[in-house]
Ligand binder design. Sequence first.
Ligand SMILES: N[C@@H](CCC(=O)N[C@@H](CS)C(=O)NCC(=O)O)C(=O)O
Length: 217
Amino acid sequence: MTITLYNVAVSSYGAKVRIMLRHKALEWAEITPPDGYGSDAYRQIVPAGTVPAIIHDGLTLADSEAIAEYLDERFPSPAMMPGDIGLRARARELSRFHDTRLEPVLRSFFGQVAPDSRNANFIAGNARLLQSRLDQLAIMASPAPLLTGDRLAIADCGFVASFAILDLLKDCLDLPVALPDDLTVYAGTLARHPSVSDEDSRYRAALRDWAEAKGAL
Ligand SMILES: N[C@@H](CCC(=O)N[C@@H](CS)C(=O)NCC(=O)O)C(=O)O
């Protein structure tokens, strides 16, 4: 049964789910939320009002991490969680760190992308926060070469879009932020993965279109 995916082109969490769908070679039909995400019409279908969301087999589900774990249990091959209990716990820790500590800091720069809405103090302070979160991640993660070894895991999927957003923000805002060396190597390996590279290119193009429309490039 085809999976219905509610998504918008620039959603980083949407890109995370799309990478999983590609990696598991699943078919999906993608639609944009009626009247946009957060709208009354969309909330009638997906109460949380967020993208991504899926409908599959009578189940309507929001939140990329819940969707990711559902897809991995429902379509177990190839597995995207490690077999070892400790590694699985580490994978979840890194996914949560991505979703709750790193991505929100990246997202909070979005209001600064249009040149006439920039606040230099905010950008400098948020850049220091972003650098500290990246430095924390570099200590927590030991890519070998991916986060849980040589197989693509759920934990890797969120970072694809976040590394693309970081590159775009550095271009637009001249951010004084450096990805630590180990994470730079990891980001390159991740972007070249066969299940990731097309999605990485699509997502980077969508981001650039968005930034261009804001007059930032
Ligand atoms: N934790 C959620 C976050 C999803 C999210 O914030 N999506 C944004 C677009 S990238 C959204 O739908 N925002 C609409 C809203 O917050 O009402 C996930 O992982 O799916």
